[in-house]
Design a protein around this ligand. Structure first.
Ligand code: ZN
Length: 143
């Protein structure tokens, strides 16, 4: 189990050090923001959907603790290529992982955040970017 814990920590450290999809993609036309005042985290998520309503571009900006930044970075890699319904299903899996500490049956990088369940105050940090992304799906596209 400790090997697995090391692996999970490596995923979080890696996303924190080298965030994926940072910045606003040039084609993005949907945006939503989220903030978590109890920790001081904030994030803005940008999306562009293709003709089939799948995310073909996603990016984020923001600042905050390592958990919030790593989780938002990982979220962008998971949500790319997904529809709103698929992203919501992924978020439900992720929420289950961070609130229960139970890794999913299928091994996934999302399980890296299972340890968060021991720190309930950090659950908001881990879900901040996901909430913003799901909100961005619901925004009308802007030119
Ligand atoms: Zn935080």
């Amino acid at each position: 189990m400790s090997d697995l814990t090391d692996l999970y920590q490596a995923v979080i450290l890696d996303h924190n050090k080298r965030p994926r999809n940072r910045g606003k993609p040039p084609t993005a036309n949907r945006v939503a923001t989220g903030d978590n005042p109890s920790c001081g985290d904030n994030c803005t998520v940008y999306l562009h959907l293709d003709a089939a309503d799948r995310v073909d571009a996603i990016g984020f900006e923001g600042s905050g603790c390592a958990i919030s930044q790593a989780s938002t970075s990982l979220m962008t890699t998971q949500v790319k290529g997904k529809t709103a319904a698929e992203a919501e299903a992924l978020f439900n899996d992720f929420k289950h992982i961070v609130t229960s500490g139970q890794p999913p049956e299928e091994l996934s990088d999302l399980a890296a955040f299972a340890g968060v369940h021991a720190f309930p105050a950090r659950i908001k940090c881990a879900t901040l970017g996901w909430h913003a992304a799901l909100e961005a799906f619901k925004q009308p596209p802007s030119a």
